[in-house]
Design a protein around this ligand. Structure first.
Ligand code: ZN
Length: 237
């Protein structure tokens, strides 16, 4: 039987790092792909290799399975997208109920590139950290969107890709708990100290839940989730 291969959409954040661990527990060979789309939190791209290096160092059982990492240049996306994630403007809520950090079509575009890459690499499984439980209302993170995307990709590329969304129905506290289940306190600490979620790319202020400005929506979600996790589930250190 052919070895199971997965491509993980890896941004260097908490969610995609947890998904990477999930994939490394499950599949025989795992590769990572990231996207440079002109995001203002560019520090994300810089922490990616650090997170991967820490995983290789601290988890020998995963190190054997973890293959190449790639960053795809989608800077062209910034030319047609005018949002708070790609421009230096204040993060705010829009009249349609979405924050101005919403980049229309971003996750759809990522899935197309990930699938085209998986096609070339002979990988059947695509893993993404999208979630509609504790999220900002981005419509391209929804379960139905991902299911429709799976069908579109399989029809359009004549493949049998499976899109996995391990975080879809869990909240941020449960995402920390999942990390603990997958890799114990070592993985929780690695994710807390190495990953980057902050929309403002703050890598200066280290807090009990990791680096971040502490006030942007991404930091607020991360801080709240970590506190709940510590109260409910964290193993004593
Ligand atoms: Zn922040």
């Amino acid at each position: 039987m052919e070895e199971s291969k997965a491509i993980v959409l890896f941004s260097g954040g908490q969610d995609s790092t947890t998904c990477l661990a999930w994939a490394l527990e499950r599949f025989a060979h795992v590769e990572t792909i990231g996207f440079d789309y002109g995001q203002r939190h560019r520090v994300e791209l810089e922490v990616r290799p650090q997170v991967l290096g820490a995983i290789r160092n601290q988890f020998p059982r995963w190190e054997r399975k973890l293959g190449e990492d790639r960053v795809v240049d989608l800077s062209v996306f910034g030319q047609i997208s005018d949002t708070a994630l790609t421009r230096d403007v204040e993060i705010a809520m829009l009249a349609n109920g979405l924050p101005n950090t919403f980049v229309p079509g971003r996750n759809l575009l990522f899935m197309i590139f990930a699938a085209a890459f998986a096609y070339r690499r002979g990988a059947q499984h695509l893993v993404t950290g999208v979630c509609e439980t504790d999220y900002s209302g981005y419509p391209d993170c929804r379960d139905d969107t991902m299911k429709a995307m799976q069908i579109a990709l399989n029809l359009g590329m004549d493949q049998r890709f499976v899109i996995h969304t391990p975080l879809m129905w869990i909240d941020k506290a449960e995402t920390w708990s999942l990390a603990q289940t997958l890799g114990g306190a070592v993985l929780v600490d690695l994710i807390r100290d190495e990953t980057q979620t902050c929309y403002n790319g703050n890598r200066v202020d280290q807090r009990d839940w990791g680096y971040g400005c502490g006030t942007c929506p991404a930091c607020e979600l991360r801080a709240k989730g970590y506190r709940q996790f510590v109260e409910r589930d964290a193993t004593p250190r």
